[in-house]
Structure formats: C-alpha cells, structure tokens
Design a protein around this ligand. Structure first.
Ligand code: PGA
Length: 255
C-alpha cells in the first residue's frame, strides 16, 4: 500500500510574512485532522526552509519540507547556488529535481539532472523527479515516447536500491499553470505506463512501491477524481498550494 503524498510547490511566491501565515494556518488545520492518511509536504523558497523546519518541529507537525531544486555541485565557488548537503542540513526531507521550469528556463538536461539526483540522495534527500511532455508531443501522440526517454536518460541510471527511494512526478508541461489539467484517464494511463517501464527496468516490487505524483493545474475541483485513480499516488501542486482552502481540500480529497 503506497502512502499518498500531497506536495505544495510554492515556486517563487510569497514574501516572508505571507509565507509564515500560510504555513501557520496549514499547520493549525493539519493538526486538527484525525483521519488523514496522506503525507503532506511544502516546498517553499530556500530562505524559508530552516525556519519552516523549526516551526514544524515546535508544533509537532507531521508536515515535511523540501527544496524546489539543488545545485549540480556539492560545494565550492558557484555563486548563487544552493547545494543538496545544505538543504539536508536545514532539515528538509525532499528535493524537486527536473521541474519543467528548470528544464526550460535554465536549460537543465539529462546529465545535470542525474548529477542532482545523485547529490540529493547522497545527502539523504528524497528526490521528487519530474517528467512531462510538451503539448506538441501529446498532439502528435508521442507522449509515452518522450516520458520514456526522459526517464531512460536520467533516473534509470540509478541502481534498483537507489531508485526505490525516489518519487516521480508526472507533470505534462501543457497543464502546468495553464488551468488545463490532464483528464483523470490521461493521468492514469501515463502513470500506469511509467509503472510498467519501472517494472521492466527494475522489478515488479520496485514498480509497485514507487510513488508517482500528478502535477499540472490540480485544484480542489478536480483533485478527487484524479487522486482516485489506482496509479496516482498524490499530487505536486503549484498555484493551488498557495491558497489554504484549495490545498486543504486537495489533501482531504487524497485521504
Ligand atoms: P500548477 O503547478 O499546479 O500551478 O499547474 C504544478 C507544478 O508546476 O508543480
């Protein structure tokens, strides 16, 4: 039985006071729920991670934290970069790697992404590795081919033991921040396809325990339908994670 993960990717949003208000409200709400079965994690901008960790500990909250990216280097003269060991040292548990906004705006390719995955894992972080096709790929019917090659050139370079620790997020690029969501069937089909690939690459048990999140305009209105599909093990939520009522309804829909 896989525990669902509802992950809020805050991206580059919210200044300190707004961020703390949202976190405090979320922690308060979460602490009052007694029937939740899903795991919840928030991915704020780097400068907030340490304080978030302290706050969550202080409130004995089960909510986890993660970073939205990490450097491809582990230390040294890389101005502006933040390393995986640093992220781990401030108490984060997860690290998103390969988000389409990183691939697109920072031209991150397969080699860089695999290095990041290794560095994150070496630091004890759980990578949330993103893959997703462009709209043209889907229109041409090439979506499974694209996802397969994205995984083959990156995380399929891990050993089975390593791979069994990661989380995959399927995020069709055309659905991110656009208000267009993959239909529950489209999400389920791709998740099933990914699980099948993992079974072929590693083993059935590895495939069965892998958590595959869906990301791309998930909101309160469509979450229950998508999250009820057998191969959808949670969500990576951008815009809707910035609104308490939306995010909490998604968490409830996953339980
Ligand atoms: P969105 O973003 O929910 O705003 O579409 C999802 C993501 O980019 O992780």
């Amino acid at each position: 039985m896989r525990t669902k993960l509802i992950a809020g990717n805050w991206k580059m949003n919210l200044e300190w006071d707004q961020a703390m208000t949202l976190l405090a409200d979320l922690v308060h709400w979460h602490g009052e729920q007694d029937a939740l079965t899903s795991e919840v994690a928030v991915f704020p901008p780097y400068p907030y991670l340490r304080h978030f960790h302290e706050f969550l500990k202080q409130h004995r909250s089960a909510i986890a934290t993660g970073a939205q990216d990490c450097s491809e280097h582990d230390s040294g003269a890389y101005t502006g970069e933040v390393s995986a060991p640093m992220i781990s040292s401030v108490g984060a548990s997860y690290c998103i790697i390969g988000h389409s906004e990183r691939r697109q705006y920072h031209r991150e390719g397969s080699d860089v992404l695999l290095r990041k995955v290794h560095l994150a894992m070496d630091s004890g972080l759980i990578p949330v590795f993103c893959c997703g096709e462009q709209i043209e790929d889907r229109e041409n019917g090439n979506q499974t081919f694209v996802i397969e090659s994205q995984l083959e050139s990156t995380v399929f370079g891990l050993s089975e033991e390593e791979f069994s620790k990661i989380v995959i997020a399927y995020e069709p690029v055309w659905a991110i921040g656009t208000g267009k969501t993959a239909s529950p069937d489209e999400a389920q089909d791709m998740h099933e396809f990914i699980r099948g690939l993992v079974q072929g690459q590693y083993s059935e048990s590895c495939a069965q325990q892998l958590r595959i999140l869906y990301g791309g305009s998930m909101k309160a209105e469509n979450a229950a339908d998508i999250l009820s599909r057998p191969d959808v093990d949670g969500g990576l939520i951008g815009g809707a994670s910035l609104k308490l009522d939306q995010f909490t309804q998604i968490i409830q829909a996953s339980a």
